[in-house]
Design a protein around this ligand. Sequence first.
Ligand code: BES
Ligand code: ZN
Ligand code: ZN
Length: 494
Amino acid sequence: MTAYKSSVRVIGVPEHLNQFVEEVKEDHALIDALAPLKAQQLVSSKLGDVREAALFINDQWCKVVTVGLGNVKKRTEGDYLKIWGNVFQYLKQHAIDSISLYMPTFFSKTVEIEKVFNIMGLQQEQAIYTFDSYKSDKKAPYRIHIQLEPKTWANYESVMLDGRHLGHAINFARDLGNMPPNILTPEYFATLVDERFKTTNVTVDIKDGTMIQQEGFGLLHAVGKGSSHAPRLITLEYKGNPNHQDQTIALVGKGITYDSGGYSIKSKNGMPTMKFDMCGAANVVGMIDAIQALQLKVNVVGVIAAAENMIAPHAMKPDDVFTALSGETVEVPNTDAEGRLVLADASYYANQYQPALIMDFATLTGAAIVALGVDKTAVFNKGVSTHILDDILTQTRIWGEPTFELPITATERKQIKKSDVADLTNHVNADGKALFAAAFITHFSGETPHLHFDIAGPATTSKASYKGPKGATGVMISTIVHYLKHTYGKVTEL
Ligand code: BES
Ligand code: ZN
Ligand code: ZN
C-alpha cells in the first residue's frame, strides 16, 4: 500500500474498478474506499469528469480529486488530452497547488505510458493558459507541485518535461496572437522573436522595411507600405541534423499584425479579430520554439512575413501592379487578399534554402471556414508524396487538430494568370477562393513540394475547452512538432 501524502491525491476512475491495471487492483484499501463512492456517484467515471471526495483509507481521511477515464478499451490520446486538461483546470480553479498523482490508475492498454506522461506535461501548460497581461487585476502565475506516485515513475519525468516544452511553446504563440495590434507591430513582433531565441541555437535574421524594399520583396513591401509600422521579414534557422542539410524543412508563416483590408476595406463586423491575422506566423515561431526546446534532429528554416495591412495615401490600392521577389508582376484587384502576397515572397525566399518540403501556415481565407467550419484546417498539396501527408494527417487526428485536404486544380492554376496587365493576379471574382489562394502561394515555391495550411478558422476559438481559453489556439504546433519528432529518422525519404 502506497503511503498517502498531505497534499491532494489525484486518481483516475475507470467505468469498472476491475479495469484498473493489476498494480492498482492489488491496492485493496483504495479499491475498497473507492467502490462505495462510485456506487453513490460521488465520484464519476465519465470521461473527463472531475470530482473532489474524501476517502477513508487505513483509518484516516484522505482528500482526493478523481477524474473519470471513460471506456478503458477505447481510450485514445485525445481522451488523455481531455482527462489531464480537465484535471489541471480544476486544480487551478480550486487553487490546489500541490498534488500527488497516483499514476498507475491512469494507465491503459491502448495508449503507451510515455504518451500518458507526455500529454500530462503538455496539459500542465496549455490547458491552464490565461492571457491577462493587459488586465489591472492580473493573477499571479499558477504553479503546481506534482509528486509522482509511486516514486519509481519519476523515470518518466523527462517525457513529461518534453510535453511541458511543447505546451510552453504553444502558450508563447498564443501570447503573440492575443496581443493587441497597436503593441504587436511587425517591428515588435521581430523584437520578441529575437529575444525569445537569444540564448538558444536558433539563429534569427531580421530584414527591416528598407531592406525588404531594396532586396526586391515587392509584394511584402506593397502590403506593408500603407502602415506607419514598416514590415519585417524574419528568418529563423535551426540545424538539428547538420549532416543532412539537403533535408531542410521550411516553415512559412503569414504575419499580418492587423488586416483592415486596406482600400478593399473590411466591414465593421469583419474587421474586429483581425489582430489574429498573424497567427500563422506566431504558430511557426511556436513550432520552432518547441523544436529547439526538444532538440529535435531536424533542420528547419522558418520564414515569417510580418506586415500591417492599412489605408494611407501611399498604401497599395486596387489596380496596382507590383514586382514579386520572383521577378513576376502581380496585379492587385483586391488589397484584402494580402496574405497570399506576403506569402508569395516569403515562399520564394524560403525556396532559396533548397528545402525538401515547404509548409506554410496562414489565416488566409474566409472561404476555408465556409467550406470546413471554424474548427478545421484546410490543407492543400502541391507535389508532396501522399505518405508524408498521411503521416501529418495521422498526427492531426491524434492531437485533435482536424485537418482536411482541398485540391489545387488546373482551373485555379489558370485563374491566377488571368490578369490583363500583369503576369499574375491576386484575385478573381469566382467561387473556390481558398483554392485560388492556395494555387497563388504554391506557384512561388517552384518545383519544391509544398503543403499550404489555411488555419483561418481554428487559429482562434470563441469557446474555452480542455485545451485552453478562448482566443489564439496555437493550432498545428502539436501536429507538426510530433510529425517532425516521429519522422526525423526517416527524413531521407522526403
Ligand atoms: N485575413 C483574411 C482571412 C480571414 C477571414 C481570416 C476571416 C480569418 C477570418 C484575409 O486576408 C482576407 O481578407 N481574405 C479575403 C480574401 C478575398 C478578398 C479573396 C476573404 O477571405 O474574404
Ligand atoms: Zn485580408
Ligand atoms: Zn489577412
